[in-house]
Design a protein around this ligand. Sequence first.
Ligand code: UDP
Ligand code: MG
Length: 311
Amino acid sequence: MISVVVPAYNEETNIPAAAERIGKVLAPLSEYEIIFVDDGSKDNTWQVISELGKENSYIRGIHFSRNFGKEAALFAGLEGAVGDCVIVIDCDLQHPPELMKDMYEAYQNGAEVVEAVKRSRGKESFFYKMCAKTFYRTMKKDSGVDLDGASDYKLLCRGAVDALLSMPERLTFFRALSSWVGFETVKIPFDVQERNSGTTKWNFKKLFKYAISSITGFTNFPMQIMTVCGTFFFIFALILGIQTLVNFCLGKSADGFTTVILLLLIIGGLLMVGIGIVGYYLSKIYEEIKHRPRYIVSKQVNKRTRNNGEN
Ligand code: UDP
Ligand code: MG
């Protein structure tokens, strides 16, 4: 059985189309279920899902008590999935469902993880592309996980899903974690499509927060920057200190206020940034240590569990 996990946030118009197109592709391949995870939508997304679920037993729905974010929705879907392999796909049909056929074929030929990688990034502004590049480069440098072209469109075998679910951390980054767990991986390129309808759920602020949280969740690179800067400044301070002493001994120590002011400003600034970065990591530790659930489910349709089938 194939499970398809579809996170949906205010996607009422896209759900029927997504269900239909995914169903068309999967029906000839195998038994399947489509799990729509409603991430606390404010529109009629849940009504649409539950109606579809009532008509079709292979459509399942999980409804969050509020918006917990796409990451939480993905994990809820993975946790609920009962299939031998799970495909994760966006609700807006920017990920062409037709690709699932190739993904499933690769899985049957022995692949354990099949990643759909973006051949082109679709319609995006130059600025957005630059930001994405910088982000991916930072991630790769330290964590070794190459995310260029990576998307959240993936097929995972049961083993990989269980490995992901066994991760204790609350603040997850699915795209990187699913590479991090390893497994036999096959990549299939695809072109990002136009959104079926509706608008993107991301704005610059949300994306920026997501990027910072992913980088700090996966790498210690920002903290290391501070160490490197600190080292440079120490060397610089030594040289300057010697020069000042020499000047003092030679009796010409009155000038140099500019240097003092500049140094004060630069070092002060760096220190504050440094403390900020350390604080950010601390706050993440605090978040993790609270052990709050990743999400809260308030309603479900066609609920199933892995052990006892349908209930
Ligand atoms: N999404 C979600 N919760 C959120 C934001 C987005 O579940 O808080 C879902 C959304 O419904 C869609 C997918 O994540 O299925 C990707 O969102 P979107 O298309 O807005 O992102 P983009 O394709 O623009 O990166
Ligand atoms: Mg999209």
